[in-house]
Design a protein around this ligand. Structure first.
Ligand code: CS2
Length: 490
């Protein structure tokens, strides 16, 4: 068993691909906030490729962990032990795989240990881009597009001398840069949100303006917030995956990654302080990310949720297992073709029926084994992004709402934390306050539809939909999700 570090790179088995550049000669030009699995499998993989190109050595990544918990401390410790190296095993649908060691993250900072130092690190003139994956719910932007200045987490951070949130760290780093004449960096969101550049701009500028109006104005004027569309299915990692990797390769990696071989990144070319040559390594640059984002969020992510929520209730654990259920596959096929697609204007050259086919093909990938509970987690933040436009369009157009009503009913029932055979599971809904979750647990089955997740859906105008969701919930409780889906008669 070979532990991963700079010194063992040369001893790894020949089939394992390793960084094609000298890591010692690179310097970070990107700081990434919240280094989750998705960032490591997606953006850091592209950066790993770019670092191997001539003249691109200044674009390595300094990872910045934001949370102050045991998991984050463990991550920082492993990053230090492994010199920031980790494996990514990519599985093709035919089960063939490639193992690569990625080396793009050359430095790791746990912000909670010393926040002032983290701010200074971001203010280093060598940092040209601050990218982030702080999750859908992490932007504190409400359904009307306003930043939630009154949210207790934000209100508290605005008052701190040394702030703790992503918004606070970035604002204070930009203050140092403005004051010392270093100039701005680009703030690049890599989260699944509609028009994510605008959401990020709203969030960061609103926070900065509330803290210091003059600084806020400077940020608005000088910092760019490109929109991006990011895509790669990256499951959660368990202890068993460490053994799995070891069995496959003889490598002892304490934070391995397994992902599909598919990957896509589309970026709006709007970088105020320069950017790496990502177009040379498979990234698409465009003036308008909107159509790409629309297709990805409303088709891939939306059908992920449409599969995971009933799938959990039906006792499935992984995506490929749920995809072996004919009823769920029909639900997805019809949702994609009849509900989502008709409302989407795709980018030039993209066929929506082909995209839908590809999405289902990706979901079937057996080796990836993505977890339904990973996808179902934080649905309260995800559904407003993934489902809203489709549901609104279906309702407004007076179209067949059976599938979306079933999806909504499954979400509300999922919040009860029990499958149709009464097995319990842990729900993780950081964006759902207890009071809102209680609405889903009430005997009045329509009450759940008044929770903030659905604000902006205008449901008071659609009593027939509300009634059907209520009936479906009641049927799920008495007969189970599987039987209820059957009776939908799709
Ligand atoms: C998933 C995404 O979390 C979710 O709900 O749909 O994480 C999905 O796997 C990625 O966006 C794929 O690019």
């Amino acid at each position: 068993m070979i532990a991963l570090s700079n010194t063992t790179l040369k001893q790894l088995p020949p089939q394992v691909l390793t960084p094609a550049y000298d890591r010692q000669k690179t310097t970070p030009g990107i700081a990434h906030l919240a280094v989750g699995n998705f960032h490591r499998a997606h953006q850091a993989m592209y950066v790993d490729r770019v670092l191997a190109r001539p003249g691109q050595q200044d674009w390595a990544i300094v990872g910045v962990g934001l949370r102050d918990n045991a998991r984050e401390t463990r991550r920082a410790a492993i990053m230090a032990e492994q010199d920031g190296l980790y494996t990514l095993t990519e599985f093709a649908p035919d089960n063939t795989h490639t193992i690569r060691v990625l080396g793009a993250i050359t430095e790791y900072v746990q912000a909670a240990k010393d926040r002032a130092a983290a701010i200074k690190r971001l203010a280093d003139p060598a940092i040209k881009i601050v990218s982030l994956t702080i999750t859908e719910g992490g932007y504190y932007v409400d359904a009307s597009g306003k930043f939630m200045l009154d949210d207790p987490a934000i209100a508290a951070d605005l008052k701190r001398d040394v702030p703790e949130t992503a918004f606070g760290l970035v604002t204070e780093a930009l203050r140092l840069r403005r004051d010392s004449g270093v100039g701005p960096f680009t703030v690049m969101t890599c989260d699944n949100l509609r028009d994510n550049g605008t959401v990020a701009r709203t969030a960061f500028c609103s926070f900065a303006e509330a803290r210091d109006p003059a600084l806020g104005a400077w940020i608005k004027e000088n910092v760019t917030f490109p929109s991006t569309m990011v895509d790669r299915i990256t499951p959660s990692v368990s202890e068993a995956d460490i053994t799995r990797l070891d069995d496959m390769s003889g490598i002892a990696d304490q934070m391995p990654l397994f992902a599909e071989d598919f990957t896509q990144w589309v970026i709006e070319d709007k970088f105020c302080a320069g950017r790496p040559e990502l177009e040379a390594v498979g990234v698409e640059f465009t003036d308008d990310v909107g159509p790409y984002e629309q297709v990805k969020l409303r088709m891939l992510n939306a059908s992920h949720s449409m599969l995971a929520l009933p799938g959990v209730l039906m006792n499935y654990d992984t995506v490929p297992h749920a995809m072996a259920d004919d009823g769920l596959v029909t639900l997805l096929e019809q949702f994609l073709a009849n509900d989502a697609s008709p409302l989407i204007t795709p980018p030039k050259g993209v066929s929506l029926s082909e995209y839908a086919r590809q999405v289902l093909h990706r979901f079937r990938n057996p080796a990836v084994g993505d977890q339904l509970l990973r996808i179902a987690s934080d649905s309260a933040s995800k559904l407003p992004v993934f489902w809203t436009d489709t549901v609104k369009g279906v309702l407004k157009g007076g179209k067949d709402h059976r599938r979306v009503a079933f999806g909504v009913a499954c979400f509300l029932e999922y919040l009860r934390g029990e499958t149709e055979s009464h097995k319990t599971y842990k729900i993780s809904e950081p964006g759902l306050p207890d009071a809102a979750r209680e609405l889903a647990l009430k005997d009045d089955l329509a009450a759940g539809l008044t929770m903030p997740v659905f604000s902006g859906w205008g449901l008071d105008q659609y009593p027939a939909f509300v009634e059907d969701v209520t009936k479906l919930r009641s049927s799920i409780r008495t007969q189970g999700a599987r039987q209820t889906l059957k009776q939908l008669g799709l």
